[in-house]
Design a protein around this ligand. Sequence first.
Ligand code: ADP
Ligand code: MG
Length: 595
Amino acid sequence: MGQIVILDQNMVNMIAAGEVIERPASVVKELMENSIDAGATKITVSIEDGGRRLISVADNGCGMDGEDLGRAFEPHTTSKIKTSSDLHGISTLGFRGEALASIASVAQVKGTSRAKGQDGANCIEIDCGNKGDISPASADYGTTIQVRDIFYKLPARRKFLRTANTEMGHIAEQFTRIALSNDNLDLTLIHNGRELYRLSDKDNLHSRIAELFPIPSSGISENLIETESNEKGLHILALMGKPSISRTSRKFQYVFLNGRFIRDKFISHAIKEAYRGHLEPDRFPIVFLFIQIPCEDVDVNVHPTKIEVRFYNANLVHSQILGCLREKLLGTNLETQAKLPAIPYQKSTSSCSALVRDQKIADAMAEFFKRHRPVQTQQQFEHKAGSVKYETRYQIRERQYERPQPERKFLQIHDSFIVAQTDDGFVIIDQHALHERIIYEDLCGRMSAGKLESQKLLIPESFELTDAQADALKTNAELIEKLGIELAPFGPRTYAIQAFPTLLAKADPLDFVQDLIDLFTDRDVGLDAERLLDEILNMAACKAAIKAGQKLSDSEMEQLLADRETAERASRCPHGRPTTIKFSTSDLEKQFKRT
Ligand code: ADP
Ligand code: MG
């Protein structure tokens, strides 16, 4: 006898529910999306006990008449598509016609709805797939769906629900995603009678972000850079977090495609690439990215919850996003502003001692600057090793104009940091990181203009190679020459370094060339030419830069500060760490209670 049976419809729905309805938050997402598709301008989400007891979503959308209300909870019923050709240009959030049926198969559901122009409302109750009759009800225009005791007949699924707080966290996340992509809607989220969010349709994106993210690092919204582009059929609006508010995960990367929150590895990659050099590799930027493309250029029917999509031209999407974000970042001053701790207000009894303390600090600073008189003459400083004059292209330009230099006040601390006065406060500079950036920019400039200048080594340095390494050297011979490195065969499997770039005189030639060969032969990395050059210049800058722990003379510091003013992107080292932290006088005045 045959073993195969046809599953009854309720079983089919429950299986579909397994995909679409993972937890209460999935119900919230599906119901809110239905409300948006129904043209609602106001949606109220009320939750009890993290959604285990009740999930209710009420809207003022177009509503349904009695017939549609009865049909909406049947499987594969939708008003959003009619023929297969509609699948190629979906502009609504829903279209699969399975959300309401799935939800109604795993919970006690009550739907109440009144269509525009209808005299009264109707309601229907479904208990885990058992549908009751349509009956009249009293309600305003719009639809309310109430979902009680989710998974109550499915103990195995119910057991997987987490605490009310955890489930509520997931619900708030879904609510946040929808709220971000619909800042024109009036949205409210209530938990156990308490209002968590009340977002007005008068919000703009910035104020909405400020309301949705009040806690992480007080002020995401003040640290966002906005950029927009509209090219090749792709509209991009991005609010990009400055590198100083980066995170340890992608959690704060919100990507929306035609109003739908999505996760996409091409887009994540484009974002990461855009911030390359601005962030350390294990940090992730905060980004709100809104992409609009013609519905025909993307397939949203590849994932049951539609969180993944398929772009017909993923390369175009990648390059447009990368270009838009990167250009903006490069054109923005990203200096790190120091965050001073808030000092609790002291009662007036201590104001006398505060005054004494302020005076002492003022005296100490005056004394300090008397001892460390700023160097007035502009000197070029020389590297110890190699005795090469260190002069950037910016300095050369500077020298031509011979502008009088403003008075500078600075001091080196712990042989690693430079504290320098600025017009409106002071900065603390990481000497290695800043010098690294300056050399890196200089190297990039010189490489794009031609090749690096080199000088002959008095005694050539020889080294041995494997066949694979020798091959790698041959393959990259042109690049090696451009870098100003001259290598000559010196016997079987032995090469000698004859000349080395002047700018890298501070680095050890043998050590540098060996690392270079490692980069050439590291197959895992598989870098394209541009990335490879970038890695090499990064490495070169790091090796040639002043180290932490190195004592600097006044003129060396003077030089570094002068270069800082002219170098591009001086606020971050090539690896993305900040080079400079700014303190403003107004912050200091606040801290010392002078204002
Ligand atoms: P889908 O959204 O994929 O069409 P659903 O099962 O979520 O499928 O909903 C089925 C249908 O019920 C929708 O196509 C829509 O016509 C109707 N519907 C659902 N929710 C609402 C609502 N809040 N307001 C008006 N109509 C709704
Ligand atoms: Mg739907």
